[in-house]
Design a binder for this molecule. Sequence first.
Ligand code: UD1
Length: 388
Amino acid sequence: MKIMCVVGARPNFMKVAPIISEIRRIGTALPDHAPDVVLVHTGQHYDSALSDKFFSDLGLPSPDIFLGVGSGSHAVQTAEIMKKIEAVVLVVKPDVIIVIGDVNSTLASALVGSKLEFDGRKPKVAHVEAGLRSFDMSMPEEVNRILTDHVSDELFVTEKSAVQNLLREGISPERIHFVGNTMIDTLLNHKDKAAESKILNTLGLKNGAKAAPYGLLTLHRPSNVDRKENFIEIIEGLREVSRQMPVIFPVHPRTRKKIEEFGLTDWFNPDASAGEHGLIMTEPLGYIDFLCLMMHGRIVLTDSGGIQEETTCLGVPCVTIRENTERPVTLNEGTNVLAGTSRAGIAQAVARQLQAAAKPSAPEKWDGMAARRIIQVLTGLSAVEAMG
Ligand code: UD1
């Protein structure tokens, strides 16, 4: 069996890593049953800080095939990936194409895989992190999620709400597999390494042997950063917390461009130096350093999807700067609250979260075994056989 895994953007890399390790593990334990794996990187994210650093932090092998697609409008980026991936699939001839998450690379590869035939057969398309819904079609990711799910053959789901969403959309239950969360597999595998990161010292966040209280901020959604008024409203909502403690802000390239274009650099502190409060900009960080910052943070403020899940697992209060979430388990069982995007909403949510007692939570099947379950479904190996 040949499995082709396609990745393209930062949030894909930590989700594919345990799938590749599981295939390697079976290769060692059961050489006759091991699938061949081909890793394809579309190049949607190409900056070393968003891509190469993650490969080295996660111990991922270099991609077998790099498409070098780069940035562009949604149409251009999606079309370029489709054109290039079609040629690759026809050469690789995989039995299964694994696509991950909700980025443009995910949809482009799923669409191509679902329509191609070679040697009288079709590859299966398997979607990891299927079924999540924000019910907000203005998000490009929501469009990518829905379309990818409907053209995929096997749907691997992280939380129960996603099973219900897929059933409601008429997808047959045999295609749906509730396996858990491969991003949490990676988090559990890398916590010890992250505990040894020196990033707290580098950013002057050590108070003796312990971490000083600090916040951690990420913002990159087009709806939050592409319009100046919206962006300023959010920064003002964060003013109070950034008076109380430093708020570390590793800045996504999209957001950095907007800060410069809107003339907002004065709102941020470009240097992380000991004891400084304010919103402190840094370059985007690698996986291990960012995980370390999440683990020790007093509060995390974000518009990302995955960070809502990681903070739930770590037991760190999270404020999501969005009107909705496609990951409701983080609200119902985890440490996440939705703040919306108004100044008052953000300030209130932050104040509430700073009072609340948070503890780590493991939603069902977030146990480090998701990749193993996925490979069992795809290879047909039983749990006992797969143990080797
Ligand atoms: C993409 C995903 C988003 C995910 C995010 C994580 C889609 C629709 N969006 O958004 O779901 O949360 O990745 O980061 O797929 N850029 C660089 N260097 C890079 C990549 C991008 O400078 O390596 C700049 C480019 O100017 C580009 C812009 O960032 O135009 C946006 O990049 P793009 O890949 O289109 O989307 P993201 O905002 O990164």
